[in-house]
Design a protein around this ligand. Sequence first.
Ligand code: F6R
Length: 245
Amino acid sequence: MRIIVCKNYEEMSVKAGEIVKDVIGRLHRPKIGLATGSTPEGLYKELIRMNKEDILNFEHAETVNLDEYVGIDENNEQSYHYYMYDKLFNHINIKDSNIHIPSCKDKSDKDALIDYDKELDYVGRRDIQILGVGNNGHIAFNEPADKLNLRTSFVDLTDETVESNSRFFEDGETVPNRAITMGIGDILNADTILMMANGEKKQDVVKEFIECKMLDTHFPISMLHVHKNVILLVDEIAYAKVGNK
Ligand code: F6R
């Protein structure tokens, strides 16, 4: 694993943009795995800038997203569909038909899983997968558990994750406690994995991830240790506890 420590969030976002550009810049049909949450917002601004300056072209790019809440409409501002269009897709030259986000709209749970697995199979191995991590070590919405799913599945979010996500919701709004998520097998199906983490809340998870010696389903991020090309991109604050007893 390559570890890159940046001064702050801004520097981390610029560096993430450079890494993405290095991986997909010359590809005709880049395949990109995307995450939501606050971590990649700065990266998405960089991708928009590079697209506007003709440094990156998304005309033939295919994107797959990690996850989506269950029980809120895709037009709802809190949905990950809304987030992706708002933070990235509305501002770059990507084709709507090349965007893949798990969806439960107008379909049974069973079909939602089958359909997203099919979309992932259609896109195939990604050139790069962007990831963030939950404070409890979840990746996508694969929460700590006795078993982890390889493919798309429904998950009940832990109280800790619901609590952490509540910062995006207005007072009184219900924070969803169920989600559909890409599985660990598909997350690992990428040539490069770019895991980003910043800020004080990520100090413990970053330390545990770097220092862990075992794969642990109760610490899902540990599964990334089986992948041969992971870049861990962090800011100085998130990295601060590494090496401390
Ligand atoms: C988002 C996702 C989650 C987040 C994680 C960190 O699509 O899959 O695993 O990456 O919860 O969220 P932030 O970036 O808001 O700290």
